[in-house]
Design a protein around this ligand. Structure first.
Ligand SMILES: [Zn+2]
Ligand SMILES: [Zn+2]
Length: 106
């Protein structure tokens, strides 16, 4: 997974870029609702290794993995912010399928 910015609504970016191009503004300014920051890998500490059979290695990790899956199952009806997200024309739950794995791993 590479670092990336996903533009969900190009119009605010184009409008702001035109303002900079015409000299009306000095910075391109886009609202957070028009783009998304993609997930990315966080490298583990040097020398770290997961336990054998991770995440089924112990009760704690089984519980954490189960909770991570439940978070995804409840998404996007889990809170007001995610319910608003789900109403956007571009929302697809499958775009976030990596999240449960990222919660318990990286
Ligand atoms: Zn464990
Ligand atoms: Zn939520």
């Amino acid at each position: 997974m590479r670092n990336r910015v996903i533009i969900r609504d190009i119009q605010p970016l184009l409008t702001s870029a035109n303002r900079v191009e015409s000299g009306e503004d000095s910075l391109i300014d886009v609202p957070a609702s028009s783009f998304e920051l993609g997930g990315y890998l966080v490298p583990p500490p040097h020398g770290f290794q997961f336990p054998k059979n991770f995440p089924y290695c112990c009760e704690y990790h089984i519980d954490q993995f189960t909770r991570a899956q439940q978070v995804y199952e409840n998404f996007p009806t889990c809170c007001d912010g995610h319910r608003r997200l789900a109403k956007t024309k571009w929302f697809r739950k499958l775009d976030y399928i990596y999240v449960p794995f990222k919660l318990y791993r990286w």
